[in-house]
Design a protein around this ligand. Structure first.
Ligand code: NAD
Ligand code: G6P
Ligand code: MN
Length: 441
């Protein structure tokens, strides 16, 4: 079997150790010759890099491992770039969340004004990564987790239409793990139909490999409990605020009892509830800094101090399975069925063919081939049309440096109550993002 060379862009990410541990755990089905990390924050990446150097040397000494902030060194001779950068880091995520909340509007990493602000930061950084990849490893595939994935994907569609970039999300995979537990199956045994945008979609069918329809059983459970499960079936999405989100799926389901919703719909369908349950002085960014970030960096420091990773400080993360499976599907042309963010082109037959949608795809060496999901109902279509317009307007605003279009994007977001509130939030966001956004006309 050919051995692959992997680059992780955003090497200092809290998810990097979980992905590397997953890669090390899968070497028999996905052999690797080289793992490299790339980041633009040398100090942050170094902590993760030093700890992983110790780990890899102990587990798989034949793998060449390095970390760098030099793009040429990073991107040369790479087969797969797994990207998960956070433009502006947690410092800016905190502002994305707190500024809208000041005006009584949802403050969220990828939804509403916060997601729009993050999108305006991510577009340029992601294009830079893609250009490095194409310059130094033209045959490389980029598998991108960097958020907001919907806006990044739309930017790729418009600005890098021929690039080998595949945008993905772990939320449907995580929720499917919960569904599998609920119906007493393995996640790999479930076959689904799904349509939507990223962080904005619905399952229309869940069956097992024998064709047994599991929708009725799932709808019954989720209409009572949401996606809350008795047992911990994920390694991520476990904090109290996430449990609350899994539970809230019950109320999202009530808005259309036929389809199983993505948990992110809560920000669009119940924004008043979300705001009421948010602490404007302590948001998810604060939780993550005190939780996951501290945990991962403490683990790395413990490994460095001990000079060994034998105590098992780094965990394999569920989150990583999807990206490893995806790389494998492309590498070995497995034609596995996976949800990806792709240009619609008729997959949702009564929806904009030029929208980036999230649908099941068959993934092989040519990338993802979307599977037709057919027509969708008016309720979901209406919501999606509004949201996709937001995403397109953000990309247009970034390209044209247009204040007007960015304001329109905020106005159109279902999370924002009026044009005047949209303007106040936008003006604050411009000030907060002046080191990151293009200057708007
Ligand atoms: P993090 O801040 O811990 O890590 C991000 C890293 O990216 C940091 O080390 C930062 O220095 C680096 N970075 C920022 N800009 C960069 C640039 N221009 N070039 C190179 N490196 C850069 O963040 P995290 O919480 O670990 O999340 C990482 C990313 O993964 C975020 O975008 C997050 O939203 C995303 N994510 C997406 C999914 C999904 O479903 N698509 C799931 C989980 C995480
Ligand atoms: C899910 C989503 C990601 C998002 C993450 C946030 O996994 O699919 O797109 O980045 O949640 O999680 P956090 O723990 O950082 O709030
Ligand atoms: Mn996601």
């Amino acid at each position: 079997m050919k051995k692959y060379s992997i680059l992780i862009a955003g090497g200092g990410s809290t998810y990097t150790p979980g992905i590397v541990m997953m890669l090390l755990d899968n070497l028999e089905r996905f052999p690797i010759r080289s793992i490299r990390l790339y980041d633009n924050d040398e100090k942050r990446q170094e902590i993760i890099g030093r700890a992983l150097a110790i780990t890899i040397k102990e587990v798989a000494p034949s793998i060449s491992f390095s970390y760098t902030i030099d793009p040429e060194t990073a991107f040369t001779d790479v087969d797969f770039c797994m990207a998960h950068i956070r433009s502006g880091k947690y410092e800016m995520r905190e502002k994305d969340e707190k500024i809208p909340l000041k005006y009584g509007v949802v403050g969220q990493e990828t939804c509403g004004p916060g997601g729009i602000a993050y999108g305006m930061r991510s577009i340029g950084d992601m294009l830079e990564l893609i250009d490095f990849m194409e310059k130094y490893s033209p045959n490389c595939w980029m598998l991108n987790y960097s958020n907001p994935a919907s806006i990044v994907a739309e930017a790729c569609r418009v600005l890098r239409p021929n690039s080998k970039v595949l945008n993905i999300c772990d939320m449907p995979v995580g929720t499917l793990r919960r569904m599998a537990y609920i119906v007493n199956r393995e996640p790999k045994d479930l076959e689904v139909k799904y349509f939507g945008l990223n962080h904005f979609g619905w399952w229309t069918s869940v069956k097992d490999k024998d064709g047994t329809d599991l929708m009725e059983e799932l709808l019954a459970y989720i209409s009572e409990n949401g996606y809350l499960t008795q047992k911990a079936v994920e390694t991520q999405h476990m904090d109290a605020s996430w449990q609350e989100t899994h539970k809230k799926a019950k109320d999202i389901l009530a808005t259309d009892p036929a389809y199983l919703p993505n948990t992110y719909l809560k920000y669009y369908l119940y924004p008043d509830y979300v705001v009421k349950h948010s602490n404007p002085n302590y948001t998810r960014a604060n939780e993550v800094m005190a939780g996951r970030e501290k945990h991962v960096f403490d683990a790395a420091k413990a490994i460095i101090e001990a000079g060994t990773a034998k105590s098992g400080e780094f965990d394999i993360d569920n989150h990583a399975l999807f990206i490893v499976d995806l790389a494998r599907a492309i590498a070995y042309n497995t034609h596995e069925r996976m949800l990806c963010i792709v240009e619609n082109k008729g997959a949702i037959s009564n929806f904009d063919p030029y929208a980036m949608v999230e649908v099941p795809c068959i993934v092989g060496s040519n990338g993802p081939e979307p599977l037709v999901q057919g027509e969708i109902p008016l309720f979901e279509k209406g919501l999606m049309e509004q949201q996709v317009a937001v995403e397109k307007l953000v990309v247009q605003a970034w390209i044209e440096k247009s204040y007007q279009k960015l304001w329109q994007a905020l106005i159109l977001s279902k999370t924002v109550p009026s044009a005047s509130v949209a303007k106040q939030i936008l003006d604050d966001l411009i000030e907060a993002n002046k080191d990151y956004w293009p200057e708007l006309n």
